[in-house]
Design a protein around this ligand. Sequence first.
Ligand SMILES: Cc1cc2nc3c(=O)[nH]c(=O)nc-3n(C[C@H](O)[C@H](O)[C@H](O)COP(=O)(O)OP(=O)(O)OC[C@H]3O[C@@H](n4cnc5c(N)ncnc54)[C@H](O)[C@@H]3O)c2cc1C
Length: 494
Amino acid sequence: MAKKIVIIGGGVAGLSAGIYAKLNGFDAEIIEMHSVTGGQCTAWDRRGYRFDYCLHWLVGTRKGPFNDIWRETDVLNDNVEIVDHEVHTKIFANDGREFILYTDINRWEEYLRKFAPEDTKKIQMMCRDMRKSAFLQPFSDPPGLRKLGNTIASMFSMMPVMMLFMKYGRKSCDEYFRKLGFKNESLNYFFSNIYGSRDFSALAFIMMFAWFNQKNAGYLIGGSLPMANRMTNRYLELGGKLLSGSKVTKIVVENDIVRGVILSDDTEIDADYVISAADGHTTIFDMLGGKYLSKKISNAYQNWELFTPIVQVSFGINKKIESEVPVETWLIKDQMIGRTKTMNGYSIMNYYFDPTMAPEGKSVIVMRFESPWELWKDMDRDQYGNEKERIELDAKAILEKRFPGITDNIEVCNVATPLTDVNYTGVWKGSYEGFMPSSKNLMDNIDPAIPGLRKFYMAGQWLFPGGGLPPAGQSGKWAIQYICKDEGISFKTL
Ligand SMILES: Cc1cc2nc3c(=O)[nH]c(=O)nc-3n(C[C@H](O)[C@H](O)[C@H](O)COP(=O)(O)OP(=O)(O)OC[C@H]3O[C@@H](n4cnc5c(N)ncnc54)[C@H](O)[C@@H]3O)c2cc1C
């Protein structure tokens, strides 16, 4: 009889675990509390418009171990069209100054040198770092299961990037920019306001541009929902079971061995192994009652910074709005949108590049801004309703200023808040990508296994500071690799 793996959570990590579990002959059951799978990788349809919540860029659209995962899980196939934007973001300052982030490093270097000729040397240094980080090859196998020969070979090929890890692995963007010491005031202003305003890892910044440069972090036409649906279909076609609309409240443990899960209606489901691909904090502190903690887990949940949650205001507009760039960021500090005072401004994304988002001749424009969890956590129903109305009004006024006359063309307006995310996916404090990658944690992942607890693994964004879809997909695969090792069977991807 095939051993049974229960997977808590049907987001990208849970779906990935489910697919690899089936590929390796296990009996797999995903338990998802929402009515649909995909977790935060999702979208919703309103009057013919589709409002996407997640996918801006997917690392691994072209090559490497993440690409293998996306192909094995049907996220990518020959019918999926990939868009690589030339411009990542166009940024506007309060005083009208503009700045462009190009995805091609050569082009960006040329632009930056014109922007700040006095900083040519520093710009060259920064772009050189970015090019070097292209040597980074994520490991395809998890720690403990890597073949020595492969590890040595990748260490060797990654030598240039190892130097970067040593130099910048524990540095923030702020320290990195200070070390570079740009003289140009505008360049300093933009870099420090975009990336330096918090402890954001310098290495994460450098690597991000290397991925874009390699055209290995594209956008998939159709966006998040079809991506999640393709994974779900692959899982179901392989014979995986899916129990949706059911919430796990407890992981059953006997003598430090996990035996199954209990649902909110008290149903008990037995399992030979449990993988939790649900929110990390809920898993550790609620489902396991905080009884199994390693030093690293305790430290991470107490001390590591989280992503500030976001509010997303989506507009369905009954005319075509042309745009040269997919995203504009307006670095407007202290702008009130509802009760949020913007700290890092807001972004306006025009989905003109994806014809599946709006009916012919119409447009979808999405505004996003950060809004601290403290503003939301104690709101009652009435306050919440009023707040959403205020946000809608304020966001419409901002949009009108940007595109004069557009208000008359707004057919649909939809406000999704940090509470929306928490209610639908349980994500802790609305931190949509888990732990912020900082100078303190970029090199510290959390182990999928918890010391002292057997037959249990974790998967998902909370294991890797920075979160995102690639670590989610990879951690699902790795959990099954560990289980295959425990069972003494060789891991298969076909
Ligand atoms: C606005 C936005 C933009 C983003 N942009 C990008 C991007 O461009 N590129 C990128 O790589 N990433 C992006 N991300 C991040 C990415 O969406 C997440 O990191 C990723 O989807 C996390 O996947 P996961 O499976 O680990 O967790 P989740 O998606 O949070 O899935 C967890 C699942 O577990 C379920 N669950 C929770 N508790 C229980 C329970 N008790 N019982 C049963 N089920 C439970 C939830 O309902 C959910 O389905 C973005 C996120 C947001 C919100």
